[in-house]
Design a protein around this ligand. Sequence first.
Ligand SMILES: *Cc1c(COP(=O)(O)O)cnc(C)c1O
Length: 450
Amino acid sequence: MDKNELTRRQLLATASLGTIAAVSPNIPAYANITKKAAKLAILGGEPVRKNKTWPRWPYWDDNVVDSVVKTTKSRIWCRIQSKSGTVPTFEKKFAQMIGAKFCVATGSGTQALHTCVEALGIGAGDEVITSPYTDPGTIASILAARALPVLADLDRESYQLDPEDVERRITENTKAIMPVHMMGQPCNMEAICQIAKKHNLKVIEDACQAHLAEYQGKKPGTIGDLGCFSFQSSKTIACGEGGAIVGNDEELMDKCYTVHNHGTSRRGRTEVAGPKYRMNEFEAAVLLGQLSGVQERFARRNKNAAYLTSRLKDIPGIVPQKLYEGTTSGSFYIYATTYRKEHFNGADRSKFLKVMSAEGVSLSPYIRQGLHKEPWIDHILTQKVYKKMFSEKRLQRYREENQCPNCDKVCQEMAMIWASGPLLGTKEDMANIADAIEKVYENRDKLNSI
Ligand SMILES: *Cc1c(COP(=O)(O)O)cnc(C)c1O
């Protein structure tokens, strides 16, 4: 092979399909030329993506800065100082955006979830069924109320709770289901709500990743009894640390306010045991400053996700997250795929991720193991409250049944993109992701020698 030929090949490998087709009709399309696959960057070839950055996250612009400055100068730094401060204003706007009647802002998503558990009167001796494949905050909210988190297995393709396994794990102590909309895409709420209704259970939606997604005409957070959001830095609406509860039942939402306000109601009476979980005015100032462009950013993430999915559908071995029927938009906090190594010459995921990273596209394995495998279980089973409130037989069964084989597989096969910033990129950015995966797929015979 002469030098010119090599240069031409390298050029072709790095250009996008669109560019090649536009330059010359004589040059075969990417898919054809790469039958003799372009050399992997890890082996000295040209990376698909070079010297380019992704849109950064968290997002800010002058609106955000101005809003924080305004709050600083107003000296209204705490929500109880004014009914028209940033926190009450944000609560109204967020409820409206989500399609809920009421909203109570909190200091984090975990605080929002814990407040709901307490407001529903769930505590010691009660059980709440949730997912092992989630942020630790999900179970922390149940443990903070001294209730028992019971972890049900996943659907392997959607990474969401498997409703059938949820139903199998219901006991006489079960009070609620806490479905998690993982990656920001709606879980199977239709089936979960049916089960909840049949067994007279409450539903607290963990929508901490799922702002503004849509399922069967409703937004996650408004489908169950109560819904919770997080505004932690990485989330698609962010203020550092922050959270919110939404709901339509006025009495219950009033109870949430009371619980989150150290047990003190809007009427000024200290009525119940409660933590102090109020959002501060600076956090809400950041959120309000961010709301103006938020719909456009969600639309862009959805458009980019749709394009990426359309490109990936022809690559065996990289399977995008399954979405449930009725999902009309996602939040795309994470763009998630399953890596099936049998289509990549049996190469381990770690090898695939390393080779992808050399191509300039970093994918992450995300959660390394499900919460059912973390040591908190040993910790709580030595605690007096659990030993006293549950029979020995129940705790023994709890331990024995604490297995989620589908979750284990999901943890082994996940290959995802942190999408809050990157999915705000251009179509070319998305093409880079798909091209890199395509290139690695075409070089799959070389993966095992790396
Ligand atoms: C982020 C997150 C939480 C916790 O929210 P914080 O604001 O970090 O407390 C809970 N559940 C899920 C699914 C999350 O992604």
